[in-house]
Design a protein around this ligand. Structure first.
Ligand SMILES: C[S@@+](CC[C@H](N)C(=O)[O-])C[C@H]1O[C@@H](n2cnc3c(N)ncnc32)[C@H](O)[C@@H]1O
Length: 161
């Protein structure tokens, strides 16, 4: 049995969203801070994408493609979509990748700005401010899984979509 923290249906729900939203318009997906890689596994097996986990911890489930390194916007260009599902320390790098590629960010705790106490909504507002300042189009998404951390933003850089 594989154990996950929090609502385990989040992987299915997020993978379904990716497929509903992007369908065959994308192929390569970075599952940033993907941990064991359940999201990547579903994206690849159920939806035929070429997703991989980018996570320095490097302990993905058997058969899940993994890039065991810290994520940086410098490698964002390689992918068609950057997904950060509760990406912790990689939060800023995921949000900054929105200037380059489409991003789906569903934040967990405040890894955006340690100098402020930011709850979920305040943190999302900070992301939105950053996107607006950089001409990134965004949309707020409430995902149907049981967690207080089920709200995210999908974004497109200027000139995309
Ligand atoms: C809360 S876990 C989230 C795992 C998974 N996304 C989920 O929803 O279950 C956070 C993960 O962030 C990874 N991480 C920490 N710093 C990172 C970085 N700079 N780049 C990529 N992943 C990082 C950790 O190794 C850990 O696996």
């Amino acid at each position: 049995m594989i154990r996950f923290h929090g609502a385990s249906e989040r992987f299915e729900v997020v993978a379904d969203f990716v497929y509903q939203r992007f369908a065959n318009s994308i192929k390569y997906i970075a599952d940033v801070a993907g941990g064991q890689g359940m999201l990547t596994r579903i994206l690849n097996k159920k939806y035929n994408y070429e997703a991989e986990v980018v996570d320095p911890r490097g302990w993905t489930l058997k058969g899940v493609p993994n890039r065991p390194e810290e994520f940086s916007p410098k490698i964002a260009d390689y992918y068609d979509l950057i997904v950060g599902l509760h990406p912790d320390e990689a939060t800023r790098a995921v949000v900054e990748s929105a200037l380059i590629k489409p991003v789906l960010i569903i934040p967990c705790c405040n890894f955006w700005d340690k100098s402020q106490k930011l709850g979920r909504e305040a943190m999302l507002s900070e992301f939105i401010k950053y996107f607006d300042e950089h001409n990134v189009k965004w949309e707020k998404i409430v995902f149907d899984f049981k967690s207080s951390k089920n709200v995210g933003l999908v974004s497109f850089p200027k000139g995309v979509k």
